[in-house]
Structure formats: C-alpha cells, structure tokens
Design a protein around this ligand. Sequence first.
Ligand code: ATP
Length: 322
Amino acid sequence: ITSVAVLTSGGDSPGMNAAIRGVVRTALSYGITVFGIHRGFTGLLQNDMELLSSASVSNIVQRGGTFLKSARCPEFHDPACRKQAAKILHTRNIEALLVIGGDGSLTGAHLLEEETGIPVIGLPGTIDNDIFGTEDTIGFDTAMNTALDAIDRIRDTADSHERHFLVEVMGRNSGFLATHVGIAAGAEMILVPEYSVNIAEIALQLATSRKAGTGSSGIIVVAEGNEPDLTSKIAHELQQHGLAPHISILGHIQRGGRPSGHDRVLASCLGAVAIEYLLAGYSDIMVGVSNGEVVDIPLDDLIRYRKGLDPELLKIALQLHK
Ligand code: ATP
C-alpha cells in the first residue's frame, strides 16, 4: 500500500484530531502517502481532499473537534454514490480508506468495501460509546468528564436551594454515557432508554424521600434517547407531588472541548494500529478495545449486533444512591 485517505464523519468527538495524527504519522513512517478528506463522505463525493504532511497534524493532539471537519451525508446511503466515491479514490490511486466516526459512519464504510472492494478500516469516534465490539470509543471519556463538571456545579445549586434537577445528557439511543455520568456524579436516579420507566413511581419515590428528610435535593440523570419529552413529563409529574424541579439539558457542550489524556492516548494508539492492521492485510474491520487490549472487530459484526448496556453496572449505580 502506498497511498491512503482518512476522513471524520458523523458527530465530532474529542480525540478525533489525535486519531488523525496517529494515522498520518504512522502511515508516513512507512512511506505511505495520506490524503485528508474534508467533511466526511460529503467531501469524498466532492473529491475535496488535501495531501497531509507530518506538519499538517502538528499542534492538534490537544484540540477538540476535527480539523478535517465532519458532516452527515445522506447521499452516502445510495449505492450509486458509494460507487462514485470508489471511482474518485481509484482516480487518485488511493488504495484504502480510514473512517473515524460512529456506527452510522462505519456502516457506510463497510458498504463501500463490500460493494466496491476498496479496503476500509474504521476507528470508533463518538462520545456515545454505543459501538458493538469495543468497550471504549474516542471522545467518551472527555464527554463524561465534561458532563461531570457541569453536574458538580448544578449539584451545588440543587443542594443550596433544596431542589431536584433533571439533567439530560447526550448518548443518542444508548444509556452508556448517562450510566457512567450518573455513577460518577452520585445521581439519585439514572433513566436510560434501555429500561422503561414508570414516571408516577419515580415521582412518588422522590417525593417520599423528600418528605422523610432524606432527599431534599437530588440529581436525576436522563439519557436523551428516552421516549420523547420524558424529561418534561417527569418534571410535570414531580410538580404534581409538590416538588419544583429544574431541567438542565447539557446539549452540545458535551461534544467539544480539549480531549482528556485518556482519549488522546486511545485515539493515538487506534490511529497507529489502524495503519499496522492495514499493512498486515486486514480490512473491513474496526480497531477497538476489548479487555483493555486493542482488537479488530469485523465491521459486519458491529452492524449486525447492538451493544447492550451492562445491567450489573446500572444495578450498582442504583444501589449506590441513598
Ligand atoms: P454519531 O455516533 O456521532 O451520531 P454516526 O457516524 O453514527 O456518528 P450518523 O449520522 O449515523 O453518525 O452517520 C454519519 C454518516 O455516515 C451519514 O451521514 C452517512 O453519510 C453515513 N451513513 C450512516 N448510515 C449509513 C448507512 N446505513 N449506509 C451508508 N452510509 C451511512
């Protein structure tokens, strides 16, 4: 292999830059030319890319977001567009594509290889940590810590004013981020899409502990992927029980920011290993982490199987609140 391209796709996540740097510097060390494609699959379809040098990735390891830019590209669902993408790569003599993104992006990558034979390697870049086959994703640790910074502040106000706060965290349809954030923030309750909730029961429970003097304030972490308007429905129900909860939706502050040391190391290693795997003849795989070790996961598997939330972890989370 003498020439590869790299792109970032889907929602940005802290550490994507470190992953690009890992890919570029490792590839260059083997004498491989690297193109950086702008704005994910959108840029690929527009043949919008630049040749990357070692200097192109200087001073980015500490930066959030992705300097290559990211985008959602609905056209890539169309096989004709994927064929067009392969043609563009062939014309430039690019022999393999590295895709850093979430499960949607990696699905697009898999289809590209399956239909056109272009070798692809995926890197899990998402704050949601919802990708099958890997216990960690680039950006998850940073997003968790960003949410914790916010919740620790909210806790001071909740405590001082003896109020309950419903804090909505990101995570799409997965409760991973919410569960981890909830445990680390000492949340009184964690609501995740994987388990349905009885709103009336929750409200009663919180109202009862408030009356008993054991819970005058509290943090309830709600994953965004729950049923629509779950947060405001709970708030409304709590009001019926005489509580006056506040709602705080953390939103996009969780996506950006300086990547944590953990995410920088993870992203750098996965970027480097992605090139090593490619040179060893692997493709149509994602590089991920299992039992603390870097592993390869067939892209086909991560499309077919859904990553489940560890029920034990949720049980522990719920046991830890008073
Ligand atoms: P995040 O976890 O941050 O949402 P993601 O990669 O899952 O990241 P998506 O919006 O699902 O984000 O996908 C990003 C892009 O990947 C899409 O805009 C599209 O270009 C491509 N993609 C997603 N799903 C498919 C699919 N089934 N077939 C082909 N391409 C896809």
